[in-house]
Ligand binder design. Sequence first.
Ligand SMILES: *Cc1c(COP(=O)(O)O)cnc(C)c1O
Length: 380
Amino acid sequence: MTPKVARFLADTQPATPCLVLDVDRVEANYRALREALPLAHVYYAVKANPAAPILERLVGLGSSFDAASAEEIQYCLDAGAAPARISFGNTIKKVSAIRRAFSQGVDLFAFDSDEELEKLASNAPGSRVYCRILVENAGADWPLSRKFGTTLEHASALMLRAATLGLDPYGLSFHVGSQQTDTASYEAAIGRVAMLFTDLKNAGLELRMCNLGGGFPTQYRDDVPGIDRFGHAIMGAMTKHFGNALPEMLVEPGRFLVADAGAVQAEVVLVSRRGLPDGGSDPVRWVYLDIGRFGGLAETEGEAIKYRIATDHDGGETGPVAIAGPTCDGADILYEKSNYRLPLQLASGERITLLSTGAYVTTYASQRFNGFAPLSEHYI
Ligand SMILES: *Cc1c(COP(=O)(O)O)cnc(C)c1O
C-alpha cells in the first residue's frame, strides 16, 4: 500500500468495504513500463479499472487506450482521449458499438473471425484491423486462452481477406494470459507473430504492427519478475525475429498499471470455528469479511489471484484460516485451500486491508446481491 493510501485510511476511516487508489502510483507504473519498453505504445486496458481519475491521468501522460465496448470508448473520450488513441480491442463487438465507435473517429479494431471481419468491413470501412492469434497461456494465474484468438493459418487467410474487403490489414495481436509470470511466454508468442509476418510478406502483404497484449504481473502473495525483465525479454525476441525491421509495437497493460496503486479495506464480520459433519479433523477457523467474491473479489475464483492481507496484528502469532465473504452463497469463499494464515488475535469488528486490489475489483462488484452495496471507491 502506498504511503498516501495508508494516510488516507488512517485519517479518514472510510466506511467499508472500500477501494482507495493512489493515482500517482498509476503514473509511476506507467513511467516504469515506458522505461522498460520505450519503443512500445501503451494502450491501457480500460477494463482493469475505468475510473475517470485514472483515465484522465493517463490521457495527460500521453497514453492510448484499449477499450472493449461502446461504454468504455465513451469513458476514454469523456476523459479527454483523442479517438485516434483508442483501440477497440474486443474481438466480439456489437454492430451498434462498431458503428458508434467508427462515427466517433475510432479506426483501430481487433478481430479473430471471418464473421467479425465482415461486420468491420460493413460498419467501419477502411479501418485498420488487427487479428488476434491464439498463444499459450501457461504461466498465467488468470488465463484467457481458447475464448479468443485463432490459428496462424486462419489468421493468415483473414488478413489477406481483410485487404480484399477494403480494410487496412494493420497487424497482429496476442494475449499471453493475465498475471503472466513467465517472460518466455512473450518470447514464444513473438516468434509466432514473426512467422506470420514472414508468410504474409511472401504472399505480398506487409503488416506494420505487433500488439503484445497485456499480462504484465503485479506482486500479490508471491514474488514476480520486475517489468524490466519483461521489457528485456520482449525486446530481445523482437530484435531476434525482426532485426532492424521492427514493426510498430503496442502493449495493453491493465493489471500492471493499476493493481498495486489500490487497497481494499474491509471489516472482519465474524471469526468462528467450525468442524466438518463427520467431526473428524480439527475445526477450521473461518474469517468472514464484508467483501467477498460478489463484492468485487471475483478473481479469487479458483483461488487464482492470491491477495496479500494486512491486519493491525501483523507480526503477532498466526494460525491457518479459511476466508470468506458475507453473502449467503456457498461459492462466496475467497481462500480455503491456499494455506492462508492470519493473526490469532484477529477479532470481529476489526479492519483488514487487501493489498494490490486496484485492478479487476470495482467493475466485478455485483449490484446488491443480498442487499450489500457495491464497493465504494476513493481516488486520491
Ligand atoms: C484484459 C485485457 C488486457 C489487459 O490484461 P492485463 O493482464 O490486465 O494486463 C489487454 N488486452 C486485452 C485484449 C484484454 O482483454
